[in-house]
Design a protein around this ligand. Structure first.
Ligand SMILES: [Zn+2]
Length: 409
């Protein structure tokens, strides 16, 4: 049986493991992170798992199957947090997975396929500027060169950080998970307000959006704000303002698949009260789980930028900084999770994930499913992050069911 008391105790215990400052501070590879991971490891052992650690520090707990050579069913999430983060992001996917296995273990249930529960290392980009590094290591997407290139804001190289954590950067290739998998499941807080606003307890993720990021450099003319009549201006900020609203409109008007567009960066140069803005830089982030939708909106945004700038005699230079591929969940996995929710009478919806997750690296490797639970006010990466225990227990029960059924197929 899934134990609410046990889960409550575990979240309370993890709340104590943090650096001074508000909220949870288990930044990857710090003393608090090590302490948190040691605790997670002890929970894995108590659930009947045999734990190993790979070259990057991912913890993998193995629960034997009746036919232990068959592909495993994997579940997990990340153990690290952002600075001053919340007590649920990532860790809820680890604790629910461990609890699901512990429940099977207590009932003396051995599935046909083995189970592997993973506590991924360094999912958050807050320390090294790159996200989901633990999953990337397990998928063979992280090289020794990458480890030497990535630095934290104090200039500390990831390669050295691994050495200081008694890990083996030279053996990073050995972290690659090359055995076949039967499936991968991840529970995570939604980090948005959709479930709360629709009053649903579970979101079944249909895909994980990936961003296209554009840097736009607008060059008009910096003139005296008093001496330059309105008709003679080349105001880069006015062009930027029109562009910001165009991004909002183009993303909103695309209705075939949800697309979100955000201008999160505005740099105005010289940013002086009595000067017409001459140069403005914009950072635009466009996301969707549909590659086609994302490409169409991106093209439309680029067209609009050129039109707006032509009209205002402002020069525009557009650079594509990144263009990542969205991850799509297989329909059969979504259907399977819907069926389980219906059997258990859990109110659910299907929904895309706007944020990136470890799960996105497993969709091209195995049947991958993700369950979201609501978080209060959509707040995440913040000390006020909160998820209700009844939702955590529901997710653990659904996960136990999904793992058990999949591992006996
Ligand atoms: Zn997370």
């Amino acid at each position: 049986m899934i134990s609410r008391n046990r889960l409550e105790e575990q979240f309370a215990k993890l709340k104590e493991i943090t650096a001074p400052g508000k909220g949870i501070n288990r930044l990857a590879f710090t003393a608090e992170d090590r302490e948190g991971r040691a605790y997670v490891k002890s929970l894995m052992v108590a659930a009947g798992l045999t734990v190993r650690q790979d070259a990057f520090g991912n913890l993998i707990g193995h629960y034997p199957g009746r036919e232990d050579d068959l592909p495993a069913v994997m579940s997990g999430s990340h153990c690290d947090s952002v600075p001053q983060g919340g007590n649920y992001d990532g860790i809820v996917g680890i604790l629910t997975a461990i609890e699901a296995v512990r429940s099977l273990h207590e009932q003396g249930k051995l599935p046909k396929h083995p189970l592997e529960i993973v506590a991924f290392q360094c999912e958050e980009s807050s320390r090294f500027g790159a996200a989901t590094l633990g999953s990337k290591a397990m998928r063979g997407m992280l090289s020794v060169d990458d480890l030497r290139r990535l630095k934290d804001k104090n200039g500390k190289i990831l390669y050295e950080v691994l050495q200081e954590n008694d890990l083996e950067p030279e053996k990073i290739h050995e972290a690659k998970y090359d055995r076949p998998l039967k499936a991968y499941y991840e529970v995570h807080i939604e980090q948005g307000k959709v479930l709360e606003s629709k009053q649903k307890r579970i979101g079944i993720v249909t895909g994980i959006a990936a961003p296209t990021r554009l840097k736009v450099l607008l060059a008009g003319h910096a003139d005296h704000s008093g001496a330059t009549p309105m008709g003679l201006r080349q105001d880069a900020m006015c062009a930027a303002s029109e562009i910001i609203l165009a991004v909002e409109r183009l993303a909103t008007d695309y209705t075939e698949t949800p697309v979100v567009g955000t201008v999160g960066v505005v740099n105005n140069i010289p940013n002086v009260m009595n000067v017409v803005p001459g140069n403005v830089q914009l950072g635009i982030d466009i996301r969707s789980i549909s590659e086609k939708a994302k490409a169409q909106v991106t093209t439309a945004v680029e067209d609009q930028i050129m039109k707006i700038c032509q009209k205002r005699k402002v020069q525009a230079k557009i650079e594509t900084i990144s263009q990542d591929k969205p991850a799509v969940m297989q329909k059969k996995v979504v259907d399977f999770l819907m069926e389980i929710c219906e059997q258990q009478h859990v109110p659910y919806i299907t929904m895309p994930s706007g944020a990136g997750h470890d799960a996105m690296h497993w969709t091209d490797y195995t049947a991958t499913g993700m369950l979201f639970i609501p978080c209060k006010g959509g707040i995440s990466h913040h000390p006020d992050e909160y998820a209700e225990m009844r939702d955590i227990v529901t997710a653990a029960k659904l996960l136990e069911k999904a793992i058990w059924l999949t591992a006996n197929e």
